[in-house]
Design a protein around this ligand. Structure first.
Ligand SMILES: [Zn+2]
Length: 67
């Protein structure tokens, strides 16, 4: 078991699932409600950390739209 729990979805605030993709050796968090998904990682721990860093609801394109 992991020490670090998955945070809820930053977009809809619902619990998310950890998806395992054994054939590709990939892990990522996935929200069933809004279908947001975290960065694909090689280990579950990395996927959890990556997901938990997504604390700010920011669209993927927002970073380039500075006003
Ligand atoms: Zn969501």
């Amino acid at each position: 078991m992991l020490d670090t729990p998955l945070k809820t979805c930053p977009f809809c605030n619902r619990p998310v699932r950890m998806i395992e993709w054994p054939t590709l050796q990939l892990f990522f968090a996935w929200c069933q409600r809004c279908e947001a998904s975290g960065p694909r990682k090689r280990t579950e721990t990395e996927a959890v950390v990556a997901w938990n860093s997504l604390t700010t609801p920011a669209p993927a394109h927002a970073a380039t739209e500075e006003v």
